[in-house]
Design a protein around this ligand. Sequence first.
Ligand code: NDP
Length: 317
Amino acid sequence: MICLTPTPYGRPPLLNGEAVSEEGSRIKTVDVRAATEASPLLNSALRFRRGAGGEAPALPSKGNTVSVPLFYGKVALVTGGSRGIGRAITLALAQAGCTVVFCYRAEHAAATALCQTAHAQAWPVSALCADVSNRPAVDQLIADVLAMHGRIDILVNNAGRFPRQSVLEMSDDDWENVLRTNLFSAFYCARAVLPTMIAANAGVIINIASIAGQRGSAYHAHYAAAKGGLLAFTRSLAREVIAHNIRVNAVAPGRISTEMLLEEVTDSEQERWRSDTPIRRLGTPEEVAAAVVFLASPASSYMVGETLSVNGGLLMD
Ligand code: NDP
């Protein structure tokens, strides 16, 4: 687990600046090796670093059989990966052999718990605290991931907020904050990873949109506008970068059982949601993660600029 002292930009001071060790003492970090020696937490995260030449970790072998996991040698960045759908995506990619770095905004305990869950399975997962609605924080986040692993093959833009508000009550700041978290963040992250993907002539970007961006959502106009924009951004970016062998697609979940959703709605609303969804239940984060794994994998190699809906039948008409 990475050191967790938020800076004014909310990023952990991984490579340059100050950090806090597991014991709570402040340490200066000037490079990865020095930081690793000083901090057991950082050491634990960097255990999963690729070799000095950028080579992938050793393949798991049993007797004469060597099994090659689906994402062997790949590095993924998942934004908002500490809980809910992002957590399920992080675990699914890691289980399939990917080295995963996820970022989160503030909840250190959830991030630590997820790293511990992954490390218990020897899955290479580490966490960085970074507010993806803030452009300098995103640039630093991408630089830190590249410093740790030397490449980013898969970017999943998942971080989001879903506040319930009438348009009449929305301040300019409310509108901007929701757009920043749900839409600007994807632009910032994509723009920052593209140079490394273009240099590799390969890459996958997956944007987690929402059914709200497909059909609107009362009392969530800012959120729906951001998600609708994210779908248009997905198609536009896909057209622009497919020439570099970079595939951009979106997943549009329906009603998924996560804290984000359950915090915002009453029990009776949840019951109504269950009964008016054709499959008659909420979706699980793992069901969304399965769509992401598909879009990240060669199984979807002919899918470009597509939106994969995971919504229990809500848009069948
Ligand atoms: P959760 O609220 O459960 O989790 C949100 C995650 O995003 C947390 O890890 C949170 O970190 C992180 N996060 C929030 N803001 C920022 C930020 N500014 N910078 C970095 N990380 C941030 O959400 P869900 O899992 O429900 O949703 C995940 C995605 O799926 C979102 O984009 C959402 O819009 C979309 N979606 C969800 C649906 C649902 O029904 N749940 C339906 C359709 C789409 P921290 O906890 O530290 O703040």
